[in-house]
Ligand binder design. Structure first.
Ligand SMILES: N[C@@H](CCC(=O)N[C@@H](CS)C(=O)NCC(=O)O)C(=O)O
Length: 229
């Protein structure tokens, strides 16, 4: 374990004042997972990931790091702009840019209609920008990789410093994954605990190789070994 790497991930969580460490009031549940084109280092994308965690929503993440060639063109073709985050909701046939619009849409559609202060106050971008700065470019640039045949699955929550390390690696390697958000008080936790036997994230499932594993460092090494070139 790289202590500095983990330490700066902890600082990133503090910079966002622990936002998304707990779920908030939940509303309607979507039938299908949402889809998000984004990259981990983008401070605007972080706001949307926090909203998805607070609302306990599942989302297919299509990583679009800078220099990436796997999903950036798809995002541009679908939305018309090379701008991230870009959210697609197949349940309502809505697709949108602009993090503030996306956050408002999510809390209106899947919450109680109120965007929590942690995501609406004017200082959000200061904290989110600081989180990006302390991670020093992690989750920003694409690295050479092989595409998996099927998307992976990750159990995680945005505020977890350990989960961030794994999401950054998935992002840099442009690996698509179904993100299961299981923050504190998440109603999704009991089913997860029943599935894996304990409450611990990150937890990665790779249907391409039949692999299922805990431990952020082991997962990062597995991803690099399996999909890095
Ligand atoms: N106002 C937009 C700003 C989004 C934005 O500037 N995103 C940057 C990444 S942080 C972007 O897409 N840059 C183009 C690129 O990465 O190619 C929002 O809140 O969503």
């Amino acid at each position: 374990m790289d202590v500095l790497d983990l330490g700066s991930s902890v600082v990133a969580t503090f910079a966002r004042l622990g936002s998304s460490a707990w779920v908030g009031p939940l509303g309607l549940r979507p039938e299908q997972p949402l889809a998000l084109y984004e990259f981990e280092a983008c401070p605007f994308c972080r706001k949307v990931r926090e909203a998805l965690t607070i609302l306990d929503l599942e989302v297919m993440v299509y990583p679009c790091p800078k220099g990436g060639t796997r999903y950036r063109p798809t995002a541009q073709t679908k939305g018309g702009k090379l701008l991230f985050p870009y959210l697609v909701d197949p349940n309502t046939d809505r697709a949108m840019y602009e993090s503030d619009d996306i956050v408002r849409y999510l809390f209106t559609t899947y919450g109680d209609g109120n965007v929590p202060d942690i995501l609406s106050n004017p200082l959000v971008m200061v904290g989110s920008g600081l989180a990006t700065v302390v991670r020093m470019g992690k989750g920003q640039d694409a690295r050479p990789s092989r595409a998996p045949e099927q998307p992976l699955e990750l159990w995680s929550y945005e505020a977890s410093p350990f989960c961030r390390l794994v999401r950054e690696t998935l992002c840099e390697l442009e690996i698509p994954y179904l993100l299961h958000n299981v923050s504190r008080d998440s109603p999704s936790r009991p089913a997860f605990i029943q599935k894996v036997g304990k409450m611990q994230v990150p937890y990665l499932v790779d249907p391409n190789t039949g692999t299922a594993m805990f431990e952020s460092v082991d997962i990062q090494q597995y991803l690099q070994r399996t999909y890095g070139v």
